[in-house]
Design a protein around this ligand. Structure first.
Ligand code: SF4
Ligand code: SF4
Length: 85
């Protein structure tokens, strides 16, 4: 199962990833990080497809996607470990 990881301290609370996710996996937290921003968090992690749209969208590179135990850089398309991509 894909695993999305959000670095809450890098997040500036813009919400772009929440709108980018086609599965509704992400939402904005009611907590704030050390910078005072409401950070994004995983509200429905079991629905993640591993599509990486959230990671590509994030302007602060705060999101990583793990697939089968391997973390994939958001822009490393050449090394995508799943077929068809
Ligand atoms: S990888 Fe895709 S499905 Fe998973 S949280 Fe990001 S945008 Fe949503
Ligand atoms: S796109 Fe990045 S900076 Fe914006 S809310 Fe999502 S994780 Fe935070």
């Amino acid at each position: 199962m894909p695993r999305v990881t959000i670095d809450r301290e890098r997040c500036k609370g813009c919400g772009l990833c929440v709108h980018a996710c086609p599965q509704g996996v992400l939402a904005m937290s009611r907590e704030i990080n050390a910078k005072g921003y409401f950070f994004a968090h995983k509200a429905r992690p079991w629905d993640c497809l591993g599509c990486r749209l959230c990671a590509i969208t994030c302007p602060d590179v705060a999101i990583s996607i793990g697939l089968s135990g391997t973390f994939v850089h958001p822009f490393d398309y050449e090394e995508a470990p799943w077929p068809g991509c």
